[in-house]
Design a protein around this ligand. Structure first.
Ligand SMILES: *Cc1c(COP(=O)(O)O)cnc(C)c1O
Length: 400
């Protein structure tokens, strides 16, 4: 076994604490606010709302719960249709199933990897003709990259379909100066352990419609009617965020801007080191947008590299480096077998291409420069392996 295999594991996107979290957790303990509500929850909601510039935010137990609440608030129910980006994590679409509704998946376009406006337009035209317009469209901002919101909004407005922005991966990103998650009717953020900031688990639902968020709070706390006894007339959920976890969130939001800058800096180094290799292409950043670069992702053109994506992932794994393929499109998931899907065009299936050729690289804001070069050199070695140019231990090239 070579010593590199014993090197500490490099994770894709590990939590990165600021050190200030404990202060807010201690406050919760000192005041005995060990509940799914309390001063940290209120403050975290206010601080996030201020950060992204919305009227109000509701802290919940996960991003998935926030999407579920948004669908409930839009009245999505059994038999309704909901459109959703196909290239995403399953959490974007699972809540559609919770409501007994039918997901219809929309392909990506090549400039952002996000929802293809032309595929969306075709889908809505098609559904309008059949009198089966969807109740909502869930647009994902993948890996921090904004979707083409102007085009998507225009199409949805034409049919008066509300948009839920799944900004779970894009907190800190902006589209034409506007934070992602604040453009549609609802925005959703996640504070899962792998996200740009984390509460270990948690989420936020935002909107500029205060009335509807009031209803979100009601639904998220078991829909308890105003009465001295426990009175319920609507189905509710138990979705509020713990006051302890919200404390972690308060410290994390203080460093969100630093985290965005750190992730962007990781991207810059990867890009500088790998972008000039033949057959390697990085996820583009749409003009007038700023990605938080949650994960640095690239595609490999195997016809050029003569090295497969699988081989690159395998070599990284051997070196104890966690890298992943791009999300498997939801229309290809067994869970959604038979679901309708609208590709970018008759001959272009962008999400499937990205799945087959894409790689996500370790992008944590705490990734050290030494570790990042372990990743870079491993990829360079693999890509050069067919000509046997490199056979020296990669760490030695840089750090001896
Ligand atoms: C993480 C994630 C979610 C879900 O967030 P949880 O807080 O884990 O429930 C939803 N959508 C996308 C695209 C995500 O990456």
């Amino acid at each position: 076994m070579n010593y590199l295999e014993n090197s500490p594991r490099i994770y894709l996107s590990p939590p990165h604490m600021s050190g200030n979290e404990q202060k807010y957790i201690n406050q919760a303990f000192e005041t005995n606010w060990i509940a799914p509500l309390g001063p940290n929850v209120d403050a975290f909601e206010r601080e996030l709302a201020n950060y992204v510039g919305v009227k109000e935010a509701v802290a919940v137990s996960s991003g998935t719960a926030a999407i579920h609440l948004a669908l409930s608030l839009l009245g999505v129910q059994q038999g309704d249709k909901v459109l959703c980006s196909s290239l995403t994590f399953v959490a974007s679409a699972n809540p559609i199933l919770y409501q007994g509704a039918e997901p219809i998946f929309i392909d990506s376009e090549p400039e952002t990897w996000n929802m293809s406006p032309q595929a969306l337009s075709r889908a809505l035209q098609d559904l309008a003709e059949k009198g089966e317009l969807p109740k909502a469209v869930i647009v994902v901002h993948l890996y921090g990259q904004s979707a083409k919101m102007d085009e998507i909004l225009e199409i949805c407005n034409q049919y008066e379909i509300p948009i839920i922005e799944d900004a779970a991966e894009s907190l800190g990103s902006s589209y034409k100066g506007i934070p992602t998650g604040t453009i549609g009717k609802f925005g959703v953020y996640s504070f899962n352990g792998n996200k740009i900031i984390t509460t270990s688990g948690g989420g936020m639902l935002v909107s500029n419609d205060s009335n509807v968020l009031k209803k979100a709070r009601f639904l998220a706390t078991q829909s308890r009617d105003p009465a001295p006894h426990y009175q319920h007339s609507t189905k509710g959920f138990n979705y509020r965020l713990s006051n302890i976890l919200a404390g972690i969130g308060r410290a994390q939001i203080e460093v969100l801007e630093d985290r965005v800058q750190a992730r962007r800096a990781k991207y810059d180094i990867y890009n500088q080191e790998l972008a000039n290799l033949p057959g390697v292409f990085f996820m583009p950043e749409l003009e007038n947008t700023r990605s938080n670069r949650w994960l640095t992702t690239l595609t490999i053109d195997e016809r050029v590299t003569q090295i497969s994506v699988e081989k690159i992932l395998e070599d990284l794994s051997c070196r104890n480096i966690e890298a992943r393929p791009v999300w498997k499109p939801l229309h290809l998931q067994p869970l959604f077998e038979g679901a309708k899907y609208y590709p970018h065009s008759e001959r272009e299936n962008i999400s499937e291409y990205l799945f087959n050729n894409g790689i996500c690289l370790p992008s944590g804001s705490s990734l050290t420069i030494e570790d990042q070069y372990r990743v870079i050199n491993c990829i360079k070695n693999t890509l050069n392996s067919r000509s046997d140019v490199f056979s020296i231990d990669d760490n030695k090239i840089l750090f001896s």
